[in-house]
Ligand binder design. Sequence first.
Ligand code: EPZ
Length: 418
Amino acid sequence: MDKYVIEGGRKLYGSVALQAAKNSVLPLLAASILTEKRVVIRDTPAISDVSCMAQILRELGAEVRFSGGDVIIDSAAASNHAISSRLTGELRSSVFMIGSLLTRFRRALIAYPGGCDIGLRPIDLHLNALKQLGVSISERDGCIFCECDRLKGAELQLDFPSVGATENIMLAAVMAEGRTVLAGAAKEPEIVDLQNFLNCMGARVAGAGTDVIEIDGVHALGGATYRPMKDRIEAGTFLIACAVCGGEVETRGLAPENLRLLLHKLRENGCKIHTKNDKIRIESKGRLKCNRRIETMPFPGFPTDLQAQATALNAAADGGALIVENLFETRFKYVPELIKMGADIEVTGRTAFVRGQKRLHGASVVAGDLRGGAALVVAALGAEGGSEVLDLSHIDRGYADFRGKLKALGAEIRRVRV
Ligand code: EPZ
């Protein structure tokens, strides 16, 4: 197990070359088995969630190669419709493989992807929608078995704009008989990326990015070479790190409208934000002001995946902030670790009340989940003195070369084998 050793107090300067979005690459990999033709996904980040998804595809019988940052998938030989519990336990988002497996094999057997450190994460919305597409579903010994003679298009309504359920439905409807109209769809930019990728393969999907997506089933899909969108959560994490440390940082390759609410909140903190085409630049000097209130919401609201990082910022700013986590039940598990660094935060249910401190101090803290771990790094970079952040396996799931990119901006951070 590795740890980061961080000396706080360095300002950050420079520009960040963003990775491809983890939450786009994963559904694209799931979609790659919809065709027997070759699929190439360009510039995929070297993160463990991508390696895990590659293992899942190999377990299904596909050939998966990594070459110079690209992932090349040949799934002509794929014949297995079952995903092991070991892999669904490691990667919850494997659940949207169900849609692809049903389209390819008319069957899917997947171990129930359990909850994780941020909440129960049920999949009822996925399963209810699949049933309306003609899928019969049985659950036994912690496994879900889905099968259908033919997927039939339907008029669907999601009670909640679930990202994964929206993606699963798109993957199940893309070659179904007739038209599927999905109302109440999630509007995240990664859904638009999935639509664009599927259409590159010859699908007929329209409306992604709005709450109504229309999918006209086609008879076959071809191969595709595709460069996914950049990672808006990685970009947001670096912008918040610069806000906390002071300095001037620019991200490239991501349109500002993907982070509108974050940029609005960073301006509220007293940072200067300049945007031009696909460049976002932040300037942070002097004391930050607390945000008073941040509520996480489905896109285009404030992203839940930046909630922990924004809480870390408010913990060392002037005033108080109310942070409300509306998406997941238990996404404040990183707070006790921030308190070890001198933060004054009270959590009641889905709300955290933050009393901003002059500055946090270094401490030895443990990362418990991906975004909570990133928040602890952000806090340590701005804290007085030295810190260590233990158990980097969570951070490695979603940030490629996190240390290298932060060091290139001027951070004093080392990765040490424990
Ligand atoms: C995706 O997860 C992302 N993961 C998450 O990012 C992100 O936090 C989340 O969307 C919200 O934006 C990937 O894209 C791989 P949801 P997903 O279905 O699809 C409830 C990260 O850090 N729900 O939109 O699992 C669910 O419990 C990760 O990169 C049901 O109740 O999110 C949650 O409370 C973390 N029933 C809420 O909806 C269902 O059938 C949002 O879940 C499905 C979801």
